[in-house]
Design a protein around this ligand. Structure first.
Ligand SMILES: Nc1ncnc2c1ncn2[C@@H]1O[C@H](COP(=O)(O)OP(=O)(O)OP(=O)(O)O)[C@@H](O)[C@H]1O
Length: 651
């Protein structure tokens, strides 16, 4: 301890002891002592400040006027403790600063190294561990010099492992799919309107389309597949199956359009599986790189999972192994599942590209590429991914693979673009009106203002009792908000949207399926393809901006010949651009069109508010020039008998 300081301190204590106050000259003395101390070598300005602080503290103590006789030793001991603490604090501060500097240096080095890895200046070994890419880099002397030209450690070699998190770490592993036959084949009954499917007009165009089948027996399915079809409760094929199955079996590319809930999934799965069985596809087995024979792509996680479960069901008892990959699930788990064996790879675009990019999936054996909800897969959101997918190394050219597209809606511009992915002689199959709504759904449009929507919804849900209802809203925030509001009103509700974790999304869907929560508030993430038993009711709390989306949303009810209801809140302030397309969809499905809606639609005609997506009524193949005529009733856009004589087949 500094002797001078101790003396100054004891002087102060003595003064305190005598009870005397500092005279005017005494501060000058102290000032002189202080100056001397500042000039002492080895005393840092920081230590000095601390010492000064100590003195100030002591001056404050002096005011308490404690006599030295009684407490001198204690004061001295205290003084030593203070100084010791000061030394510890200073040492700690210095060490902390050094550690922080080292960390900053390391971070900067990591960043710099990573930059060099990215621009391929430094060779790195990449390895996938869980949801991270571990990059091992040997930073050479030259590399060090490049990163830190002024560094003292020029000669040192650093081997660094940089763990790069690819998005937030996802640990979710979904529950395994059911193993018992009863669960695998559980299905709901077809509805009273199932037989009416036979009356729907079917338009098949393209050269030499194969003849439609009338029964599953005519599909030439092997024994296992026939059994699985029967166990699924399928007695006779729907129109899209009657036409689609022979077209695919004949090896033709297909763009198929059929109304929601009319069995498009089986229309592509059955002929693909049949081809695999007929050709004796190799039983899937573990391999570091899997070579699937078919890839199926769909836009949402829940939908692709549903397609996977359907594929698993129809492939039951065969050696064909379908696998599913989608976001929100632990990557390590997904990769392990794929590597166990994979004949049919079902996936959302991002995960598919990822797993192909990691070299876990090769494309040399690929025979089928299926785009479900094809118009969605080719619209602005997914088109780049689809182009990447077909451009992936090893992807067979379109002439060497079979490409199949399915949806209930096909805007003309998308149809034209889809042709880039298909062979020139692809077949276009339209069951009913392209983009038309399912006629088994009773549609009602209610005019409301934004502020009365909640009350109207409540009234509606209270009047329908415990009916399974999907409530569609435009934003994730309002999904949460409306779900909370309904729960507060004692209506068991859950919600699904893109901001919820995959675990929560799957739980929400399962609670809705089982009826534990009979109301599901959803964004467009649940609009397409989901096939949920007993959904009697769809409410468009907010109308979507595109008519295609409307058609898909209301198609969550009224499936497979069952009847359903859809109520849509129309707010003239925001929904007027949709009015004309709505009128067309309603009249096309033989629904009552409210007078006020017609008036809004009519007054919106010719304004910039007109929704160009109303063009969904391309009733025929665009290769015939399309037939979009906005002023015609939807039904009138069915092909003329003259055209039918040319290259169409009527059922
Ligand atoms: N031939 C059939 N007989 C009985 N049920 C069938 C038949 N074909 C399909 N289904 C059932 O009909 C329901 C709807 O089928 P699917 O989900 O394939 O319709 P979709 O046309 O793909 O609908 P979306 O356009 O909404 O995607 C499913 O439960 C399916 O198992």
């Amino acid at each position: 301890m500094d002797v001078t300081k101790r003396k100054a301190a004891s002087d102060l204590s003595v003064k305190g002891n005598t009870g005397a106050r500092l005279t005017e000259t005494e501060p000058k003395e102290l000032e002189t002592q202080a100056k001397q101390k500042r000039q002492r070598p080895g005393v840092t300005s920081e230590a000095w400040r601390v010492e000064e602080a100590g003195e100030v503290h002591e001056e404050e103590e002096e005011a308490s006027e404690i006599p030295l006789n009684q407490f001198g030793k204690i004061v001295k001991a205290k003084e030593e403790v203070v100084v010791a603490s000061v030394v510890v604090v200073v040492a700690f501060a210095v060490v902390s600063v050094m550690v922080v500097m080292m960390r900053v240096g390391e971070k900067a080095l990591e960043e710099e190294v990573m930059k060099m890895v990215l621009i391929r200046e430094v060779k790195a070994e990449e390895e996938v561990v869980e949801d991270s890419v571990v990059v091992s880099v040997m930073v050479s002397e030259a590399g060090m010099r490049k990163c830190f030209p002024k560094s003292q450690t020029k000669t040192r070699q650093i081997k660094k492992q940089v763990k790069v998190q690819v998005g937030p770490k996802v640990v979710y592993v979904p529950p395994p799919p059911p193993e018992e036959e009863s669960s695998i084949f559980s299905h709901y009954a077809t509805g009273i309107n199932f037989d009416k499917y036979d009356d729907i007009l079917v338009d098949v165009s393209g050269s030499n389309p194969p003849k439609a089948i009338m029964t599953f027996d005519e599909a030439g399915l092997c024994e296992s597949l026939r059994k699985n079809v029967t166990k699924s409760g399928y007695v006779k094929p729907t129109p899209v199956q009657k036409h689609g199955i022979p077209i695919i079996s004949a090896g033709r590319d297909l763009m198929a359009c059929a109304q929601t809930g009319s069995g498009k999934t089986a229309a592509f799965l059955l002929p693909i599986l049949q081809r695999f069985m007929a050709d004796g596809v190799a039983a899937s087995k573990f391999s570091e790189v899997q070579e699937p024979e078919a890839i199926i792509v769909a836009p949402t996680r829940e939908l692709i999972n549903q397609i996977y479960l359907e594929a698993r069901k129809f492939a039951y008892g065969t050696c064909v192994r379908p696998v599913v990959v989608y976001g929100g699930i632990n990557t390590g788990y997904t990769i392990r599942e794929v590597l166990k064996g994979c004949n049919i790879l079902c996936g959302t675009p991002g995960r598919l590209l990822d797993i192909i990019g990691r070299g876990k999936v090769g494309l040399s054996k690929l025979r089928y590429l299926v785009l479900d909800e094809a118009d969605r897969m080719l619209d602005m959101g997914f088109e780049p991914d689809m182009r990447k997918l077909v451009g992936s190394p090893g992807m067979p050219a379109k002439e060497d693979r079979q490409t199949l597209m399915f949806s209930a809606t096909y805007p003309e511009d998308i149809q034209r673009m889809a042709a880039d992915f298909l062979k020139v002689d692809y077949i276009f199959l339209a069951v009913g009106v392209v983009g038309g709504a399912c006629s088994d759904v009773e549609q009602k449009i209610v005019q409301v203002d934004q502020y009365s929507k909640r009350e109207q919804l409540l009234e509606l849900l209270r009047s329908t009792g415990n009916e399974r209802t999907m409530v569609f809203v435009e934003t994730k925030r309002s999904a949460d908000f409306i779900a909370t509001f309904l729960c507060q009103e004692k209506i068991s509700t859950t919600s699904i949207h893109g901001d919820r974790e995959q675990r929560e999304r799957e739980k929400a869907l399962s609670d809705f399926r089982t009826g534990q929560c009979p109301v599901l508030v959803a964004t467009s993430v649940a609009a397409r393809g989901l096939d949920i038993e007993h959904v009697q009711h769809v409410v468009n709390f907010d109308l979507p901006s595109s008519i295609d989306e409307y058609v898909h949303r209301i198609g969550r009810t009224g499936r497979c010949g069952n009847i359903g209801r859809a109520v849509s809140f129309f707010n003239p302030d925001s929904d007027t651009p949709l009015a004309r397309s709505l009128v067309k969809v309603l009249s096309g499905a033989q629904q009552e069109v409210p007078k006020w809606l017609e008036e809004i639609a009519f007054s919106a005609h010719g304004t910039t508010g007109f929704n160009p997506r109303g063009k969904v009524f391309a009733s025929t193949d665009t290769r015939r020039g399309g037939s979009f005529k906005t002023d015609e009733p939807a039904q009138a856009s069915a092909p003329t008998p003259a055209a039918a004589a040319d290259d169409e087949e009527w059922e």
